[in-house]
Design a protein around this ligand. Structure first.
Ligand SMILES: Cc1cc2nc3c(=O)[nH]c(=O)nc-3n(C[C@H](O)[C@H](O)[C@H](O)COP(=O)(O)OP(=O)(O)OC[C@H]3O[C@@H](n4cnc5c(N)ncnc54)[C@H](O)[C@@H]3O)c2cc1C
Length: 251
């Protein structure tokens, strides 16, 4: 089904996979992005924010290296804030709140315009290794895809488990199944695996909230940007309210 050998196969179409696929193909590598659901490329898992403490700098570094995260964040931003301005400049951290649907659409648009990049929807279950050298991947349908290198960006999906109250069940994130098979294979190859935890706030219908009872947290007076190619945004900013947008320090 797949002819020839790809230079790079990227497994997973989240932020990391989208950026890896863009980087590889823009450097001239014949690249395939394989992801479990092509509709969720660039999906924001939880808080629809980019940047923040220790991460805003990374988005700008990626931008300086020619990556797309800064551009996508700017084009989908509904609020910009430079966090920690009460401290010294080394502590300042740019952060945007994005329109999550627009964010995913911008990622998809940019990737579709990228040369040398193919897309495929399936779950990667196995890695082909011969004499200690990686030679490709195998999908859940048993289809082998030959490649000189493989980049795994599986996010929270590898043997993922979701806990809600007393209940728990397998899942990559809400409404999406976990990725199985790959962890076992990685362990066979000598990697160690562990379990990490993340958390997410409840989703509430904005129409059911009384915003007048909450503390309004507006964006900066000037709508700042991440990408060095942009100056500032002319769009109108949206405010955060109450504790829904307090600075996020990581899960
Ligand atoms: C509930 C929740 C809350 C979170 N909150 C935050 C937060 O507030 N701030 C923050 O910075 N981070 C948060 N995270 C972490 C979040 O996962 C990362 O910030 C970010 O999404 C990681 O991007 P990624 O590209 O590494 O992985 P992901 O965005 O998780 O993308 C992984 C992609 O790989 C695909 N995939 C996985 N396995 C396979 C396979 N075997 N074959 C093919 N495709 C595969 C999936 O379909 C998905 O498209 C949260 C995560 C969750 C689940």
């Amino acid at each position: 089904m797949f002819e020839g050998v790809y230079d790079v196969v990227v497994v997973g179409g989240g932020h990391a996979g989208a950026e890896a696929a863009a980087a590889a193909s823009n450097m001239g590598s014949r690249t395939l992005l394989v992801t479990m659901n092509l509709q969720t490329i660039g999906q924001m898992s939880c808080n629809p924010a980019m940047g923040g403490i220790a991460k805003g700098q990374i988005v700008r570094e990626i931008d300086a290296l020619g990556g797309y995260s800064g551009i996508v964040s700017d084009e989908s931003a509904i609020q910009f804030k430079m966090l920690n301005q009460s401290k010294g400049p080394a502590m300042w951290s740019p952060r945007v709140q994005s329109d999550r649907m627009l964010f995913a659409k911008k990622w998809r648009d940019l990737l579709e315009q990228t040369q040398n990049l193919d897309f495929y929807q399936d779950m990667i279950k196995d890695i082909i290794v011969n004499d200690g050298k990686i030679e490709g991947v195998i999908t859940s349908l048993g289809i082998p895809i030959r490649s000189k290198s493989v980049v795994l960006t599986n996010g929270t999906f590898l043997n993922g488990r979701i806990h809600i109250g007393e209940k728990n069940f397998g899942g990559g994130r809400a409404g999406e199944k976990a990725s199985t098979g790959l962890t076992h294979r990685l362990e066979e190859l000598g990697f160690e695996s562990g379990r990490m935890k993340t958390g997410t706030p409840p989703r509430v219908d904005g129409r059911s909230l009384d915003f007048s009872k909450m503390e309004e947290q507006p964006g900066d007076p000037v709508f700042g940007v991440f990408s060095f190619d942009n100056k500032s945004s002319e769009r109108k900013q949206r405010s955060c309210h109450g504790s829904s947008c307090t600075e996020w320090f990581g899960t």
